[in-house]
Each structure stands twice: as structure tokens, then as C-alpha cells.
Design a protein around this ligand. Structure first.
Ligand SMILES: Cc1ncc(COP(=O)(O)O)c(C=O)c1O
Length: 377
């Protein structure tokens, strides 16, 4: 038995998505920039994909730019906004993804910006009062705060942050990698300037994503080259990736209500089972409050074989993570858990679910966890 509970790292490709991509891997191979019929066919595929995404987010297709994934979209958002809009101050939090943190830190190190970190409470929620203080006491700021944290799942009050950014004329980038296509989003009602997505987080292919840039702001490219993406991102397009991204988006939004209810049900069930069966169990983040339904980060009681837990689960066929994908196998390196002051001497494991996860799989995982903790209890 193999059980995949690491869907925040990446998700399995949906069969419908694979089928939509196939013609673009086989017969439709023209370069979308070519003006002949082969190129026109693939250009149409790309523009139709752009429209699908734009429509679902209630934005204009001209505000969507395809990228190689979440990381590139985030680099583009941050670097271009700071370079092209003359911004000298940025606000973020200590628990952002490294794509955000390392990009901002590199800009701080070269003296381009002053970087401020907004305070977090124990559950990883940002201090809105301090955010307002930071916004009001600095000249125009660039704000990058994530919609849902990939390790602990806590959700940002995105509308409230957007309102504050609007009040102080700050540019607001929200890393929506974990929430894109997991919630219905009307970006026009959010006062957000830039958001990003990556197809592999919602059953699409890897290596393709996008950045939404509001028409309110004018930035230059991050990657220079040909005139692709209306001169905003050079390079021949990842055609089948783009087609797969749009199909994955369409399928996710179409079935969202059913899958949301199913996955939230599994998360709630696992929380109940953990509390019932493992004494001293806790959760990192705000698992039972404002939290992404696909992620559950469990803080287990101290155990002698703490560092072996993920390994033992893996041997039992259960794939989970110690934090984010890059720190799999250990929570020692998790800047997120450190950032919220979690007890680093206790083992933390992130279980993350998808529409394909079943109750039987949670039961099997629970039986293995009980075995591990019987040693102690
Ligand atoms: C919150 C968040 N931001 C950014 C990324 C980076 O996305 P990608 O791996 O597609 O570049 C991830 C992926 O783990 C993520 O979870």
C-alpha cells in the first residue's frame, strides 16, 4: 500500500488534464510565434488557456503572464515591482516561501530596499496593527504576504491586507501558490496587485505557472528575449504545460465545492483521530481556525524515535513531509516552524491531502501513528 499525503509539495496529474495536453505533445507542435497554420493552431491553444484562467479570476487576459512556475512568477513580481516602480521599502513575514524571502533578502543585500518583517502570533497569523504601522511610517511599500502557508496552512485575511495596502498606496503581492484553484477568487474584489500560481499544486503539470499583474501597475520583463507574452517574458512558450495548466484550473474550479467538502472532511477527521488516540498531540498553525483545508501540520509529543518518524512512515508506505518539500525528512531546517516559535524538540509532520485522498488512507496512517506512539503512551 502506498499512501500519498504530501499534496502541498505537489499533486498527481489529473487524467483529464493529461488527455487535454496530449494533442499538444503530438500533433500540434508549431511554434506559437510562427505565423503559418501550425503556429496559429498552438497560439490559439495558449490564448484560450489565458482566457480560461482570466475569466475564473475575474481579470483581463492581458493581465495574465505564463511563467515556468511559482518561483519564477514570484521573482518577476518582486524584482520587477521593486526595480520598475522605484520602491525602497518592502514588508514581508518570516514564514514566507523561500522564493519570496530569498528574493527580497537579495534585494536588501544589494541595498535596493529596506526590508521589514511583520510580527506573527503563535498560530502564524500576521499582526494587522503592526502591518498598518509599518505601512504608515514608511514611504510607498511593497508588501509580499502569502495567502496560505505551505507548511502550516494558516490563511491570510487577504481582503483586509488589500484594504490596508490600498489605503497606504502600497503594492500588494500575494503568493497564492497553495490556494490558487483551491478557492474561488474574484481578484477584482481583493485590491491585490499581483498573485501567482503553479499548475502542479492543483493536479496540473510541473514547470508551468503564471503571474497576474493588475493593469494598474506597469512593470518590465524579468526574462528578456523574444516578444512572447506581449514582450513581458521572452522564450518559446511551454505549450503543453500552458494547456495543462488551464485544463487543471478549469477542472479544479468545476469540482471545487465537492472536493473542498471531501478534503476538509478528511482533515477534520484526522484531527479528531489524532486527539483521541495520541495524547499530548498538538497542531502547528491554526488547524481548527483560519486554515487551508489541504494542509495539517501535526506537532507530536516528544518521542525517542522522533527523527525516525518520517522514515518509519515511509517504510510503511506513507509519504508525508517534515515541513516543506525542500526540508523533507527533517524539521530542523524549517524556517516556518522556527518563525512561529514551534517546539523544535518535538517531531512535526505535515500531512497534506487532495481530492484523491481517502478515509481508508487516513485510517491506515492513523494505525501506523498509533504503533509509533504505543512505544511511548
Ligand atoms: C507557497 C509557495 N510559494 C512558492 C512555491 C514555489 O513554486 P514552484 O515550485 O512551482 O516554483 C511553492 C512550492 O512549494 C509554495 O508552496
Amino acid at each position: 500500500m502506498q499512501i500519498y499525503l504530501d499534496n502541498a509539495a505537489t499533486t498527481a496529474l489529473d487524467k483529464e488534464v493529461f488527455e487535454a495536453m496530449l494533442p499538444y505533445l503530438q500533433e500540434h507542435f508549431g511554434n506559437p510565434s510562427s505565423i503559418h497554420s501550425f503556429g496559429r493552431k498552438t497560439r490559439a491553444g495558449i490564448e484560450s488557456a489565458r482566457k480560461t484562467i482570466a475569466k475564473s479570476l475575474n481579470v483581463s487576459p492581458s493581465e495574465i503572464f505564463f511563467t515556468s512556475g511559482g518561483t519564477e512568477a514570484i521573482n518577476m513580481a518582486i524584482r520587477c515591482a521593486i526595480d520598475d516602480l522605484g520602491i525602497k521599502h518592502a514588508i514581508t513575514s518570516k514564514i514566507e516561501h523561500h522564493a519570496v524571502l530569498h528574493t527580497l533578502e537579495s534585494l536588501e543585500n544589494t541595498g535596493k530596499i529596506k526590508l521589514s518583517f511583520v510580527k506573527l502570533d503563535k498560530k502564524g497569523h500576521i499582526d494587522l496593527v503592526q502591518l498598518e504601522e509599518l505601512l504608515s511610517s514608511n514611504e510607498q511599500s511593497f508588501v509580499s504576504l502569502m495567502h496560505a502557508n505551505n507548511e502550516i496552512g494558516n490563511l491570510l485575511p487577504i481582503k483586509r491586507v488589500g484594504e490596508l495596502c490600498e489605503k497606504y498606496k502600497a503594492i500588494f503581492h500575494c503568493d497564492t501558490t497553495q490556494t490558487m484553484a483551491h478557492y474561488k477568487m474574484d481578484l477584482k474584489s481583493f485590491h491585490v496587485d499581483m498573485v501567482n500560481g503553479a499548475a502542479h499544486k492543483f493536479h496540473g503539470p510541473k514547470g508551468i505557472g503564471f503571474l497576474y499583474v493588475s493593469s494598474r501597475i506597469k512593470i518590465k520583463p524579468l526574462i528578456y528575449g523574444g516578444s512572447q507574452e506581449r514582450n513581458m517574458r521572452g522564450g518559446t512558450e511551454n505549450l503543453y504545460g500552458i494547456v495543462g495548466l488551464a485544463k487543471a484550473f478549469e477542472v479544479a474550479i468545476r469540482d471545487l465545492d465537492t472536493h473542498h467538502a471531501h478534503v476538509q472532511g478528511l482533515k477534520t477527521y484526522m484531527i479528531e483521530q489524532l486527539k483521541k488516540n495520541i495524547s499530548g498531540v498538538d497542531f502547528n498553525g491554526d488547524a481548527e481556525g483560519s486554515s487551508l483545508y489541504t494542509v495539517l501540520n501535526v506537532l507530536f509529543p516528544p518521542t525517542e524515535n522522533a527523527e525516525m518518524m518520517l522514515f518509519n512512515l515511509d517504510i510503511a508506505g506513507i509519504a508525508a513531509s517534515g515541513g516543506s518539500a525542500c526540508t523533507s525528512g527533517s524539521n530542523q531546517g524549517s524556517h516556518v516552524l522556527k518563525g512561529i516559535g514551534s517546539d523544535m524538540n518535538r517531531p512535526s509532520i505535515r500531512f497534506s491531502f487532495s481530492k484523491y485522498t481517502t478515509k481508508e488512507e487516513i485510517d491506515f496512517c492513523m494505525s501506523k501513528l498509533k504503533e509509533i506512539f504505543l512505544v511511548k503512551v
